[in-house]
Design a binder for this molecule. Structure first.
Ligand code: UD1
Ligand code: CA
Length: 451
């Protein structure tokens, strides 16, 4: 059975109090919508259609970044969830499989739940996903009769007796495409909100002689995000799950609650992550590495047995080979550091390559930016860059070359050469004594004047 996902993402999200469309607010640094799309991807959908409305331009751009095969349809006026799904009608004209409706603000649906919905579809024409709500609040209520779902009543339209029901509507459903659009065409808006409710298709299905059932999932899966507090809670849920997955995979997290992961953080087994490490998007770390406390990594690859931090910053394009050591207060960007090289203290290495077993002295800076353009620094293998060297790019340092401490290197250094580029030292005998006397006299005079 081929599947088309229809993901509703047109709502304003008023309670987010934001200029950013709700579904683009990030969880673990990926838009909420990306999580919803990823959850739906478990069904290997043939089509993925996003219904956008508020902030449609930004949503369209984000969708293209997440999955270039996904399609966006517009709902210019938000007239209700049935009206939203109806916007996919033209796009799905001729599609003969099942439509699965998801919400863009419901990021944590499991593959198991989605598969159970499809299994239930084998026995019923329409399947609704419900959940037992600890606090049913304003959710739509599912009116069951045995296995059959009779009707969904929205909170606003419910009687007190119906409001006492705790089996609630998640909003998700699965139905044959033709049947669904046929039912939606029959939905009216004579209700408390004057909206076209998708939930009305349940009762309509039954009057059309179709069978309807509900599948139940854990409430945590249907967690919807409506406010910043919900967003923070959703992020916490993601973090807790992702940390547990890493622990199960054999990664040591010394203080799991202090490690902040991105949606795509990959860490190999026997790697140790010390406390207070932050992962931005696009980080892969191989086995047996050590990421020490208070480091910040994004868009980088760390090979096995490398040591990073404490207090290191790896920015996008950083590629650390096996056994590399990056120490405290070191920033690396868009640079390849080859096997066994060391950048241990207080350095900036940007737009550069560092050869095998090269040692970069404390305080070394690659001066990569001239105010307009970026330039590269290339350092060969087994070189020794003296402390506080300024490498003014573009510049090349040959293999086994050295730079003297404090050098300002503006010209290439050939293999095996020593570059000295600093003002020669002069010592003036007794000059310090004289200078101290002079300064103390000056101060005494000034202090007298003050009183
Ligand atoms: C909906 C359900 C309710 C269920 C609840 C679960 C209906 C009528 N009610 O209520 O039974 O318990 O979800 O969270 O379906 N959207 C659009 N276009 C619209 C309206 C909504 O794209 O015109 C999108 C929203 O962006 C959101 C989703 O649909 O992602 C749900 O809409 P929302 O207004 O939050 O529905 P609820 O009133 O919460
Ligand atoms: Ca809602």
């Amino acid at each position: 059975m081929s599947i088309a996902l229809v993901i509703l993402a047109a709502g304003k999200g008023t309670r987010m109090n934001s200029d950013l469309p709700k579904v683009l607010h990030p969880i673990a640094q990926a838009p909420m919508l990306a999580h919803a799309m990823q959850a739906g991807a478990a069904l290997e959908p043939e089509r993925t259609i996003i219904v956008a409305g508020h902030g449609a331009e930004a949503v369209t751009q984000a969708v293209a970044d997440i999955d270039e095969t996904a399609e966006v349809v517009l709902q210019t006026e938000q007239l209700g969830t049935a009206h939203a799904v109806d916007q996919a009608r033209a796009a799905l004209d001729g599609f003969e499989g099942d439509v699965v409706v998801l919400y863009g603000d419901t990021p944590f649906l499991s593959a198991d739940t989605l598969n159970r919905m499809l299994e239930a579809r084998a026995k019923a024409d329409l399947v609704i996903l419900g959940f037992e709500a600890a606090d049913p609040g304003r959710y739509g209520r599912l009116l069951m009769q045995g296995d059959s779902l009779e009707r969904i009543v929205e909170f606003k339209d419910a009687t007190d007796e119906e409001r006492a029901i705790t089996f609630c509507n998640s909003g998700l459903m699965a139905c044959g495409s033709a049947a669904l659009f046929d039912l939606i065409a029959q939905v009216g808006n004579a209700n408390a909100s004057q909206e076209y409710y998708l939930t009305d298709v349940v009762e309509l299905a039954r009057t059309n002689g179709l069978t309807v059932t509900a599948v139940s999932c854990d409430e945590s899966e249907t967690l919807g995000v409506n406010s910043r507090a919900d967003l923070a809670a959703a992020d916490a849920v993601f973090q807790a799950r992702a940390r547990n997955e890493l622990l199960d995979l054999g990664v040591t997290l010394m203080a799991p609650d202090t490690v902040y992961l991105a949606f795509d953080t990959y860490i190999g087994r026997d790697t140790v992550i010390e406390p207070n490490v932050v992962f931005g998007p696009g980080v892969t770390i191989e086995s047996g590495a050590l990421i020490r406390a208070f480091s910040h990594l994004e868009g980088c690859h760390v090979s096995r047995d490398a040591v990073v931090g404490p207090y290191a910053r790896l920015r996008p394009g950083t590629e650390l080979a096996e056994g590399v050591k990056v120490g405290n207060f070191v920033e690396i960007k868009n640079a390849e550091v080859a096997e066994g090289a060391k950048v241990n203290h207080l350095s900036y290495i940007g737009d550069a390559s560092v050869g095998k077993e090269t040692n970069i002295g404390a305080g070394t800076i690659t001066c990569n930016y001239d105010g307009v353009m970026k330039h590269r620094t290339e350092i060969g293998a087994r070189a020794f860059i003296g402390s506080n060297t300024m490498l003014v790019a573009p510049v090349k340092i040959g293999r086994e070359a050295m730079t003297a401490t404090g050098a300002v290197v503006t010209k290439n250094v050939e293999a095996g050469a020593l570059a000295i580029a600093r003002t020669p030292q002069q010592n003036k005998p007794d000059r310090a004594y004289k200078l101290f006397d002079l300064l103390r006299a000056k101060k005494a005079k000034r202090d007298k004047g003050d009183s």
